[in-house]
Design a protein around this ligand. Structure first.
Ligand SMILES: NC(=O)c1ccc[n+]([C@@H]2O[C@H](COP(=O)([O-])OP(=O)(O)OC[C@H]3O[C@@H](n4cnc5c(N)ncnc54)[C@H](OP(=O)(O)O)[C@@H]3O)[C@@H](O)[C@H]2O)c1
Length: 252
């Protein structure tokens, strides 16, 4: 995508990767609108970045999405970039009874959220001379972390949806890019400065460089081994990865 001259809406930009991307695009002179549930953080981020604006949004709530989309388009007629970034990652245990409320919340936030947000904005995006939808999945879409089974499945589904969406939009002004982050040091699990987590600044810098190309997938180099398709060796890759995590657990 072109990294300048855009009007960009980023969901889940009150912290972590969303905030990092919002500030990087803001520094490049783009008009940036951020969204999230935590009003105090929206105010804090916009105050720290004069010119940036915020919209309250619960991405798990269809009515909230509709209201945000209407306000967004009315106030920002040049809106041409949607970054579907908001997400949650609770741990679970697929070997026992699932917490149904939690499972529904993960799917509503991580999968239905981007589907509904895009749906609410797609006709507006198609009417712009050049538009981009960026979906934030995860390397866990390709190699699941077994103790975040529903999360990993939600991201695999979002990757699949992204492929379909790109094909369906192929003859329009809307390009579709995917970010599939490795473990990045944010509040998503628990910001613990685990040395295995990529520092946020380095992740944002490498992701901005990758987004600035025409690549369908803006993947940082360290995510390659988990993203690259294991093909028939997938079972061994997933077993090896999860055995390693079982022996070296992620602190929660
Ligand atoms: N960090 C990693 O290791 C990693 C790896 C792969 C993929 N990712 C993906 O990157 C994205 C950003 O995560 P992060 O690491 O930056 O974590 P984070 O710091 O916890 O940020 C998550 C963001 O999502 C927003 N959010 C969550 N539920 C929401 C809801 N119902 N409505 C609106 N906004 C909601 C949060 O805002 P509010 O709480 O203010 O609503 C927050 O701004 C997620 O999709 C995540 O799956 C992260």
């Amino acid at each position: 995508m072109q990294l300048t001259g855009n009007t960009i809406f980023i969901t889940g930009a009150t912290s972590g990767i969303g905030r990092g991307l919002a500030e990087a695009f803001h520094k490049l002179g783009n008009k940036v609108i951020i969204a999230g549930r935590r009003k105090a953080l929206l105010d804090q981020v916009t105050a720290a970045n004069p010119g940036m604006t915020g919209i309250e949004l619960d991405i798990a709530d269809p009515a909230s999405i509709q209201a945000a989309a209407e306000r967004l388009v009315a106030g920002n007629p040049t809106l041409n970039v949607l970054i579907n970034n908001a997400g949650i990652m609770p741990f679970d245990d697929a070997s026992g009874p699932m917490d149904d409320v939690q499972a529904q919340s993960i799917i509503a936030t991580n999968l239905l959220g981007p589907i509904r947000m895009t749906s609410a904005l797609i006709e507006h995006l198609k009417a712009q001379p050049r538009s981009v939808i960026v979906n934030n999945t995860s390397v866990l879409a390709y190699t699941p972390l077994a103790n975040t089974a529903v999360y990993s499945a939600s991201k695999a589904a979002l990757h699949s949806y992204t492929l379909s969406q790109r094909f369906m939009l192929r003859n329009t002004s809307v390009a579709v890019q995917e970010i599939a982050p490795p473990w990045v040091n944010t509040d998503l699990i628990k910001k613990g400065d685990d040395p295995r987590a990529m520092p946020l600044d380095a992740f944002i810098e490498q992701t901005m460089a990758a987004l600035g190309t025409d690549a369908e997938e803006a993947i940082v180099e360290s995510a390659r081994p988990m993203r690259d398709n294991a093909g028939p060796k997938e079972h061994a890759l997933v077993m090896g990865f999860n055995s390693y995590i079982a022996e070296n657990p992620i602190p929660v």
